[in-house]
Structure formats: structure tokens, C-alpha cells
Design a protein around this ligand. Sequence first.
Ligand code: ADP
Length: 615
Amino acid sequence: MDEFAIAPRRGGVYTGRMSILADSPVLAVGAVATAFGLLAAIAFPRAEALFVDRARGEAAGVLRLVVDAVDRSIERYAALPPLVADDPLLGDVLREAGNAGLVPFANEKLRIMGLSLGVSDVYLMDRRGMTVAASNYRRDASFLGRSFSYRPYFVDALAGGSAFFHAMGTTSGERGFYFAAPVLDGIEVIGVLAIKVSVAGIETAWPGTGREILVVNPDGIVFLASRPAFRLRPLAPLGEGQRARIAETRQFPLDRLEPLPLSPRVLAARAVAVTPEGARDRDAYLAVSAPMALAGWHGVVLEPMGPVRGRAAGAVGFGALVLAALLLTALLVQQRRQRLRLLESQVRARTTDLDAANASLRREVRERKATEDRLRRSQKELVQAGKLAALGKMSAALSHEINQPLAAVKSYADNAARFLERGRVPEAGGNIARISEMADRMAGISRHLREFARQPGERLRATPVRETVVKAVEIVAPQMRERGVRVILPPPGDEAEALGGALRLQQVFVNLLTNAADAMAQGDRREIEIGILAGAAEVAVAVRDHGPGIPADVPEQMFEAFFTTKEAGVGMGLGLSISYNIVEDFGGRLTAANHPEGGAVFTVVLRRYGAEGAA
Ligand code: ADP
């Protein structure tokens, strides 16, 4: 380590050695920092250097002011002694040493001069250094009668030149600047006039802003200092020669010269921090020094490092904050971008899925359409086939319906011919009348077929129920006889009239009777019983046979057109359907049931004529 921390060097700023980076506060700050600790640790030295530079600039400014003020006041006082020494009274006092009457005048004159010049003391010494007159003649610790021959300013002035000296007063114990000039008698030096200026006023005028100001003499002793504790402290131990000289001139009391080493360390290329001995590391100062006009002297300003570092840390913190905000923003932007990219890829995937689904849908639609076309085609074919089947059934049914009366016509005609051959004209006429009836019936059938196409044009009228039944039985009588069927008619009595048409109602009964006979074809008991029951509003006709009855699974379909259980060409399933429609047209109903004692019962219920309003 350099011996003299603030040694009187040429040039302003102290430069030292790089010796203490190991325990640098920069690293300490870096350790404290959290997320941006490392970054801050890198940035802090730069920030510190920046703020140190700024602080050094400020300190240099202050130092220049201080040094200039000291230099100027010394210059000003240095001019005074020769002027005062010119006073004739002083020459008289020295020349007339025995004239005690002059001394009081001289003392008083010096006192007034001292007051008006604003200095501590003005005093006159003879050639031996003895004080013969002094401005402080009234004070106890007066210079009067004291010898200052040991002071260099006396020696210098006696040698004929102006003198300047600084020391701690041996009488007053106060630090002061001493200025001296010879008192001349012609060209002969007869004494010395000295002025002492107290330095306390200089220090109190310094700006106290937390920074320390030192004025250091050529021996490295702090002569002026803003902090009293620093005063009269050598910045480094004094050499033997120096101590001897100080003792000889009684400049300072040697026992007070306790060294005050300021440990320096280099902060950056051009700055030095010093720590006063005993002070903690964080109480370090930034040291700035400058030479004074006074030869060998220099001023020093110690700028506290704490605030400087605080400012640097604040700047770094702010920078870190800004950086954090920037990073956060960048992170958010990045995340957003990533999310967008993810979304895009999802959308792309979805689009691909959708395309695939679309394609398969289109394929399906195509297939459905093809299936539909096929179905429609086969439906058309089916309809065609159904039409053909219906046509077949229809022609079979027609021939069935027409064959019956045709067969009857043939047998009546044959009978009529036989009756005519035997000359039995009236019987032949009867048969011919029957033939005519058959023809009427066939015409009725064709009308019924039209009715089957649901064109009930006939107006409803009063129809004698029993008469119609009897007529129907007569029509089927030959057929019944042939098949060995006995038809039991209801006894004559109440001739109830129903609402309907005689011909069509007759057709209904013919159908029911024919069906009954068909049902009993295989049976032993071939009987058909017809019952008529007339109520107030309705007339019911029941046709019962002794056949096998209606199979359990048939009833619903039985009344549908073309439903038959008979062989092709025998029955074509139109009889019941036509009958059902006829009865319905009359406002009645046709129902089928099985008799508890066997056989089927078909019941035709008709509305009674003249009782339309009745239920
Ligand atoms: P078809 O006599 O030409 O078969 P119908 O419409 O008259 O046509 O009769 C339809 C069917 O109803 C018959 O095939 C038969 O199975 C049934 N059926 C009709 N009357 C009777 C009856 N009295 N006893 C049993 N079954 C009957």
C-alpha cells in the first residue's frame, strides 16, 4: 500500500493500487440482488464509475473554490506587514529602546490597526526577536516581552525579505498564519513587524455539505480541516528530519502530531476511495486533491461514497426494473405468439378433420342417393307388380260376381225352355221374369263396382229390411239348394224400414249368405239363421252360420279389399269390403264375431228410417 494516502502529489486526482477488489462492495451488492442480481452486478461498477465521475466533478469544483479562497486571503495578508512596518512610530520605538514613553502609544496603535485589519495580532520585535510592542498588550497572554527568534518568519524578515509561516501559537495555542516584514531605518533592518491571522474563520466559512475539506502543508500535516479531529494530523508518519525541524521552530507541539492515515483504494481508472483509519468500509470517501498556489500545499475534498453508491444502486435498480418490464413484455409477446401458433396449428388440424369429414359426408350422400334411386326403382317395380296383382284379383272377383247370376240365368232359361216344350207357359214366364231380375242384378253389380270406387251417388231412402233379406235369400236359393244349405228366415212381423238402398242392401245380404255357405262347405250342419232386431233408432240384421268361425288373426283384414283365404278363382276378397263400404254409406256398420256355440255371426246395423235424429 502506498505510504501516503493523500500525499502531496502533482495532478488532481489520487491514483492508487488495485488491492481490494476481493471484498469489493460491488460483489456484495451483486450477492443481495435477486432475479437480476447477476445483471445488476455487472452493471453496478459501470453505474458506480459514472456516478463517481460526477461526484468527483462536483468535489473538484468545491475544492477549487476552497483553495482559491485560502490562496487569496494569504495573498491579501501578505501585503500588509510592509505597509505597517513603514509607520515612523515603530522605527522610533526600536531606535529609542530606552524611551519607555513611546511603547504605550505603539501598543495602542498596533491594537487599533489589528482591529481595523481584522487580524488576530500585530506585534513588533527588535533585532533579538524580543517583542517590544503588541496589539494584545492588554491580554494576560500578551506577546510583550516574549521572544520569537526561533520562528522562521522572524529569521526570514530579519534577513530583509517578507516572510510567511504557519504554526500553532506557542502563547495562544491557536493555529495561525504568520506574515512578517523588516522594519527599516534607511537600508538597515532594525526590527521585524509580524501579523498573525487566525485560521478558524477560514474553516467556518467552508460549505458543510457532508463532504470533508482538508488543507495539507508540505509536510503532509492537515493544517486546516472541516472536521476538528482531522486538524494537525499527519496523513502519514513524519520523518526524523521533519520532526527535528518542527521541534526547532516550535511550529506544532510534537506530541499532538498523531498520524491519520487514510487507507486508499482504487475505484475505477481515475478515482480513489479512502477510509479514515478506524472508520468502517462503508464510510469511505471519494478523494479529490488539487495543488495550491502556496508552494507545496494542496487541498483535498473527501466526498462521502455512501450517497454516490446509493445513486448508482438506484440507477441500476431502475435499469433492472426497466429491463424486467421489457423482458416481461417480450415474454408475454412470445407467449402470445406461441399460443397463436398453437391455435393456428389446431385450426389447421381441425380444418383437415373437417375436410375429411366433409369428404366422407359427400361420399355418404352419394351412396344414399344411389340407394334411394335403387329403392325408388324397386318401389316402382313393386307398384307395377301390385297393380298387376290387383288387376288379376279384380278380374277374378268380377268373374266370380258375374258367374253367379250368369249360372242362375242359364238354369232359368233351361227351365223356361223345358216348361215351353211341355206347354206350361205361365211357369216359363215366371222363369223369364227371374232371368230379367238376374240381368238387373248384373247391372247392379257393375254399379256396385263403381260404388267400390267410392262414388255413392244413390240417394238414401226408406228400405224395408225384412223384404230385402227375403229377396236376397231368394236370389241365392238355387245355389243353397245345390249345396244342401238351409236358410232360416226371421218370422214375418214388424216391417221395420231402414235408411239405405234396397238393391245395395240386398247385395250385402247376398254376400253374407254366400260367405256363410262357403264357410260350411265342409261341415255337417249346414244352416244359416237370419235374425232381425228393430230398435227405436236402429235395425240390426244378424247372419249366423255353423262354419268354423273367423280365425283369431283375421278380423281386422277381413273387411279389406282383396283379402281372401279362398283359392284363386274361387274368392277374390271383394265381398266383405264392398258390403262394409255399402253399410257405411248408409250410416250403419258391419261387424263380425264368433258365436259362443260355434260359427260366425255377421251383424248389419242400420239407422231406422224416420229416426234420423235419434242416437
Ligand atoms: P271371399 O268370399 O271372396 O273370400 P270376402 O270379402 O267375402 O271375400 O271374404 C273375405 C274372407 O273372410 C273370406 O275369404 C273368409 O276367410 C272370411 N269369411 C267371410 N265370411 C266368413 C264366414 N261366414 N265364416 C268364416 N270366415 C268367413
